[in-house]
Design a protein around this ligand. Structure first.
Ligand SMILES: C[S@@+](CC[C@H](N)C(=O)[O-])C[C@H]1O[C@@H](n2cnc3c(N)ncnc32)[C@H](O)[C@@H]1O
Length: 482
């Protein structure tokens, strides 16, 4: 498994694509991403809030995406490309542009995820259905686990829509794993009051609530067809006759042998039942029939389902005013379920760093990226206040994307000049003109400053003129500017 080629507690400012391209493959355990949703809006934090100045545009045209990425997808991932083409036909070019933006980043996210890792993609109903298809094409439909419905608001009429539709109050979180074996820590939520009142109707002398569980079974299994012997004094409560007084009755006591009745069997052997009786775990009906006392405070709660209606939006002190801030409780739940202490959590659209703060609290290693420089300030402020007296020197904030260290020792990229000249048959990859060898330069298709590597796949020959004109642009940016 590759080691992460960046420090714990890192936040980059910039486009996550450049950072992702420089990250080693298979180096993070959990990815949570809450990217723009294609909401056709621009978000701004209110003046005076901790996040004042933060804003991001979430409206898309083909000018917002690198045109070459379109071609790269068609070449590398025809299934993802077909999904995007279907979205263009069904929805329009805005959706197509948004999905190209997402697909190239999701392709890199799939590469950096460890084989036992998980990814949670937060979106809403605007693009959720297209993103699901895209995720199926990139991660494999067999790796789809659940789509979580998060109820983020309370009931309202959707005034904008003239109230002629249902209120929209939920987000979707698409949960995929990298492969067939993944980290999973079961999470439970408390039982609701009606359930507790309907099922845990009894309480013992100390007030502990319990439910009575049937101790019989339909099928036999070992020592399960005996009579359970009980006794009581006068009309008092029944209890187990563990000393076998039943055979030598004491005057004033009533004795009974209770069979499992109706062709059924006891669910436990006599020894096991004896253990329950000694531990005070048996409750008796008027007939002397025992049942098992299952205490509420020993139950883990309800296994977490895919409908999350118990986590409100970030409120009160937690709220920093960042547009689209998500609640810490939501991230806490995701991180607990799908990672362990010491694992890497990565958020490529970290905003005001909710996922990073939650990861820090749960002792995970973390790193994030955001276009806005405010993300670094907010993560520093939030973690400093969270850690209180504990020392916190601030996030690591590199001024360039990481450089991959998992590609082996690549030879100096210039050594590829001869091979490239042969492969390109002496033709410049920029202007498509034949040039003599001596005026051809080796160029990085994706510049190293944007996460490009010296790997042969990222190299081409350009004539000196094209090379000068391309400068630090990606090939796509340069072509778009021609
Ligand atoms: C929905 S917000 C994330 C909110 C975050 N989950 C939180 O709780 O604060 C989306 C974020 O993505 C950032 N963003 C948009 N495009 C980006 C890109 N290409 N690379 C990195 N961040 C980007 C925006 O600046 C914005 O902060």
């Amino acid at each position: 498994m590759a080691k992460a080629n960046f420090a714990n507690e890192t936040v980059w400012t910039g486009d996550c694509l450049h950072v992702l391209r420089g990250m080693n493959s298979a180096c993070v355990d959990l990815i949570y991403l809450d990217p723009p949703f294609n909401s056709n809006r621009t978000y701004e934090a209110p003046i005076g809030s901790q996040a004042a100045g933060a804003s991001f545009k979430d409206a898309w045209t083909l000018d917002d995406v690198d045109v070459c990425e379109h071609g790269e997808l068609a070449d590398r991932n025809p299934a993802a490309y077909s999904v995007i083409e279907a979205a263009r036909q069904a929805h329009g070019k805005g959706m197509q542009s948004y999905l190209i933006f997402m697909a190239v980043r999701l392709t890199e996210l799939q590469r950096v995820l460890r084989p036992t890792g998980s990814i949670y993609l937060h979106c809403d109903t605007t693009a959720g259905h297209y993103l699901k298809l895209l995720m199926d094409s990139l991660f494999g439909r067999a790796n789809f686990r659940t789509d979580i419905v998060w109820k983020r608001g309370s009931a309202h009429s959707d005034a904008k829509q003239g109230r002629r539709q249902h209120g929209r109050i939920h987000d979707l979180i698409l949960y995929y794993t990298a492969g067939a074996k993944w980290t999973w820590n079961p999470v439970h939520t408390p039982y609701d009051r009606e359930y507790v009142e309907a099922f845990y109707r009894h309480a013992d002398e100390s007030g502990r609530r319990y439910r009575k569980d049937n101790l019989t079974a339909a099928k036999p299994g070992g020592d399960t067809k005996y009579e359970w012997r009980v006794k009581r004094e006068g009309s008092g409560p029944w209890k187990a006759d563990l000393a076998d007084e039943w055979r030598n009755p004491v005057e004033g006591w009533e004795y009974r042998g209770i069979p499992p009745y109706n062709g059924r069997y006891w669910a436990y052997s006599w020894d096991k039942m004896r253990g329950f009786a000694l531990a005070g775990r048996l409750a008796y009906a008027k007939t002397g029939m025992p049942s098992y006392k299952r205490y509420l405070d020993e139950m883990p709660g309800v296994p977490l389902q895919d409908l999350w209606a118990d986590i409100p939006i970030a409120l009160g002190k937690e709220r920093v005013g960042y547009p689209t801030q998500k609640p810490l409780a939501l991230l806490d739940r995701i991180i607990r379920a799908s990672s362990n202490e010491g694992d890497w959590v990565f958020d490529p659209f970290c905003g005001c760093a909710t996922a990073l703060v939650a990861a820090d609290r749960l002792k995970r290693k973390w790193a994030g990226v955001d276009l806005s420089p405010l993300a670094v300030k907010l993560v520093d402020a939030r973690i400093a206040s969270d850690r209180g007296q504990l020392p916190w020197g601030g996030a690591v904030t590199p001024d360039a994307p990481p450089k991959r260290t998992d590609l082996g020792d690549l030879p100096n990229y210039r050594t590829h000049r001869h091979r490239l000249y042969g492969e390109q048959e002496g033709v410049c990859a920029g202007c498509d003109t034949h040039f003599p060898f001596r005026v051809m330069d080796v160029d990085h298709i994706l510049p190293r400053a944007k996460g490009g590597t010296d790997h042969p796949d990222n190299l081409q020959l350009l004539c000196s003129g094209c090379n000068r004109s391309k400068g630090a642009k990606t090939m796509a940016e340069w072509r778009a500017a021609q």
